[in-house]
Design a binder for this molecule. Sequence first.
Ligand SMILES: Cc1ncc(COP(=O)(O)O)c(C=O)c1O
Length: 389
Amino acid sequence: MSKYKVIEPDTIFSLNDEYQDDKRTDKINASIGIYLDNDGKTFVIPTVAKVVSELDRSNFNYLPIKGDLEFIEESTKLVLGDKLYKKYNHLLAKQGVTGGTNGIYVWANLIALNFKKPTIILSDPTWDNHNKIFKNFGFKIIHFPQLNKNKKFNFTALKKAMRENPNAFILFQGGPTHNPTCVNPSEAEWVELTKLFKKYNNTILLDSAYIGLGDDFETDCFSGRYLLENKIKMAINFSFSKNMTLYQHRTSLLIVLAESEKERFAIDSCLNYLFRISNSTPPAFGESIVKKILTNKTYKKEWLQSLAQMSKNLKKRRELFNKLTKGRFSYVLEQKGFFSLLDLTSAQITLLKTKYGIYLLQNGRINFGGMSLQQIPVVAKAILSIINN
Ligand SMILES: Cc1ncc(COP(=O)(O)O)c(C=O)c1O
């Protein structure tokens, strides 16, 4: 008898494999979280492509365990803004990580190493990997429903979970977007939440994978900066996968706020240890791209302009989808970023795939980033024909 158990494959990547194997030429992949251009083609932000052609490829030596130090400092300034960076940098432990996924894993590992039987509050639904990572490290997981009956953020349910689990860790997603619902606390709710974090002694992980793809970059940074200004115990996991189109280059930064410089030294030492025994050092390619963009004013401006254009295109795609589905899913207009959860049944989603070659996640998550403006009429027509039959 083998000692090895079989674990269910990842739903998003399995569906993506199925899509790749699909021989139909008019297939549409609105499942995996990537952004395609307005012609439905793979998109690399032009500034990123330009910087790649300028990179020095004569040195493949190891980076430090923490990663490229200039990448780390420049990215921290980007996430926090110069003022907060200056004020709090001495209290920030940092680690370059191999993508946002790894940032969550490293943070969960950090907490599991230092706290006995930690409890974490997660939204339901959330990105599937959140549940898997915290389960893997033995956290007690408490779920609260992210949406209320009106498809708004369920503040009441969150408050109840917080009241019943003081001292809990809580995972939020940064910016106005949320995977998969695209509904997140408003700025006013963040202000109220911050008071509650103090009352209930919470520590927050702000998983930030879509910053700049909701509103504009600075507005999307609000929650992280507000928590820091209010000295909430927190960490920010900041991924460059989507907002720099670096997906396969696994480029992200984990920032953990300490209460004192002594504590920062301890956290840094844990991060160093945990990263050394798992990855040793982060990959350099993506970090050098980000560094080059953030240290050049023109490149940084161009990159932010591209990001704003991507956001605008996502909005246009939502508007067209709403118009062509005759307001049947009008909530997509209030939501921002890549995703929305369409209320379709599992059978309807399967039919979209088998009959029309249109791939959505089985829970109804549609990715507006994965559909060009030309593809939206096709998707809208197929959905209408399925729900009207
Ligand atoms: C909510 C959320 N967090 C983190 C990530 C991690 O992304 P990556 O590991 O590609 O940087 C994703 C990617 O889909 C995500 O949706």
